[in-house]
Write a protein that binds this ligand. Sequence first.
Ligand code: XIL
Length: 371
Amino acid sequence: MRNLKIALMAMATAAVLFVPANAETTLKDAYKDAFAIGAAMNAAEITGRDTKSDAIVLSQFSSISPENDLKWERVHPTPERYDFAVPDQYVAFGQKHGLYTVGHVLVWHSQTPKWVFENKDGAPISKDDLLARLKEHIFTVAGRYKGKIKAWDVINEVVGDDGKMRQSPWYKIGGEELFVKAFQWAHEADPAAELTYNDYNIEYPNKRAEALALVKRLKAAGAPITTVGIQAHYTLAEPDLKFLDEAITEFAKLGVKVALTELDIDVLPRPGAGATADVSLRLAEDPKYNPYVKGLPEEVQAKLTARYAEVFAIALKHKDVVNRITLWGVTDADTWHNGWPIPNRTAYSLLFDRAGNPKPAVDAIIKAAKP
Ligand code: XIL
């Protein structure tokens, strides 16, 4: 008996030794009093084929975003056809597990079929026709998930990298009035939903200035905008995080919430270096831009860890206005950085490695919750 007790105690001690620090805490629990922590899900995760990633989502995250499946080209590929098969499963997953479920995206110039902007002859459609098409789309998609999708990215990337309004087909045909109407229709379709203007690089002063001015104009024109989404597609060096800190302060002054909607940190070298999320960017493959095929060197891992912790520490400082941080994917096996802006790379942008194990950044982020 006594021996058994000693043996059990020895086992318990050994077990304690092998439990990684903070294993008793999860990301979502560590931040539950501050903001939601989300992950973008791909179709394999949404449909339950990737059980390993699903388990990570359920244990670590309190919010989900659809990486691609609610984009126009997927959900409304041809004028007469909507495809809700995967989106319905996405929303059901969120409902079943009580996750703050995000909709991405209603108005964006990328991953939107050309037909949206053209008549049958391929000529640009009139403003009235484009507005009618958008209204129908918003009522159909946002209406279908009323009360279930809690936040919609209504407009995405409408400020250009030059700091001026982006000359997208939406803007060129519909003007800013189209953006105002998009918010109004999304609000009609689901009066309770949080409604976001989402963009990348709006931390940087030049793009931020136009983004701030835009939010003011949209509000003045009667758009029920509740939130500014900072995508937060970062590299190890860019942007200087003081710009994130400043941007959150300045957006909050306009009376909106701020969310980091697509956070990831690319450790791979890029020609041209800077942070961007321009999905149309395609650069040539070259082994010198894919240096960590065999694994991430410890000193790079350490930099990634420190940078993630810093992003969360800044958000925490602003927890009164920041309501969510969403990672743009679950594990490194699925980060979009494996294929963008250069194809076939081994990227390390997320919080869980290719095998689904937490990277040191997870621990550092949890520690950052209790400064
Ligand atoms: C990306 C997805 O992650 C990729 O799988 C897809 O091929 C391209 O789009 N800004 C956005 C996201 O708003 O929708 C983009 O997602 C990344 C940049």
